[in-house]
Design a protein. Structure first.
Length: 305
């Protein structure tokens, strides 16, 4: 069974990380996390197998496939390579890690909308478990709840005492990263849901607002960090910064800009994507619409004709 072989590979790599960590290449884990390592491997395998099992007209296009691959590899790169060592010694690289986990990788997952492909490729017991978990998580898929979860899981770790505690405690550090990833996946799966209503429970405009309005607290937090003249994150000075030429003030400035600008751009892009999905859904509805006999039709579509 392929899943068993992948889990055995996880054990082998985990043993290498434990016994010969200095000999492992950059693209293998610095801090081995079996949940992330095995999860990335299994997701890629199930997606590949799902694509093979689905009929050609049911498969997502190449761009969506590429977004899914980019999202999984992004998580892999920031959590299961030696980049993690860099992220533990420079604040701006730590923000690259956090933005990838909470924004970029989940954003890619939301655009790819991989549920049907993964369901086709995963074993039955995995699908049953996923449905059982979803029954508990479903209340959090309300737009307001998803926004709250996203903001808490991404921003609570930026409180200086909380950030310091997470960086010195390996278990809390792992929980920080997993919570950022989980909150981001939940949020972007709600905001970027491409389906019309129904089967989606919320309108396109509600989803567009979800992806857009969360931008403003993110901007405020990033701007505060970037423009602050106080060293908010003393952990990096205590552990030793990797690049002495970058001062604590510049490190914090870069980290704040990374927390501020790329997420804001992605929120605007989410708004555009949702509005475009609304346009396409209305165009499809117009094609299926059969006017009653004698009705007068007036054409007024998105381009104003």
């Amino acid at each position: 069974m392929a899943e068993i072989r992948l889990l055995l590979l996880t054990l082998v790599v985990g043993g290498g990380c434990y016994f010969i960590p200095a000999r492992l290449p950059f693209l293998l884990p610095f801090v081995f996390n079996p949940l992330i390592f095995a999860g990335c491997l299994l997701l890629l395998f199930w997606y590949w197998r799902g694509l093979r099992r689905l009929a050609a007209d049911m498969r997502p296009g190449k761009p969506r496939q590429g977004f899914f691959l980019a999202g999984v590899l992004g998580v892999w790169f920031v959590l299961q390579t030696h980049f993690e060592y860099l992220a533990q010694h420079m604040f701006f690289l730590n923000r690259v890690q956090a933005v990838t986990l909470g924004m970029i990788a989940p954003f890619c997952a939301g655009i790819s909308w991989p549920g049907a492909v993964l369901a086709a490729g995963a074993p039955d017991w995995v699908n049953r478990t996923a449905r059982a978990i979803w029954r508990w998580v479903r209340p959090l898929s309300h737009p307001l709840a998803a926004m709250a979860v996203f903001l808490v899981t991404s921003d609570i770790w930026l409180l200086p005492p909380v950030h310091f505690a997470a960086m010195i405690d390996p278990a809390l550090y792992a929980f920080m990263n997993l919570s950022c990833l989980a909150g981001g996946v939940l949020f972007w799966m709600v905001a970027l849901d491409p389906r019309p209503k129904p089967p989606c429970r919320y309108s396109y405009l509600a989803r567009a607002g979800t992806g857009f309005f969360v931008m403003f607290p993110q901007i405020a937090i990033g701007a505060f960090i970037a423009l602050s003249h106080t060293d908010l994150f003393s952990f990096y000075e205590l552990c030793g910064r990797l690049f002495p030429a970058i001062s604590p003030a510049d490190d914090q400035l870069l980290g704040g800009l990374i927390q501020w600008i790329p997420p804001g751009m992605m929120n605007v892009l989410a708004l555009i994507i949702s509005l475009n999905a609304l346009r396409l859904a209305e165009a499809q509805a117009d094609k299926r619409f059969i006017p009653p006999p004698g009705a007068k039709l007036y054409k007024a579509d998105w381009i104003g004709d």
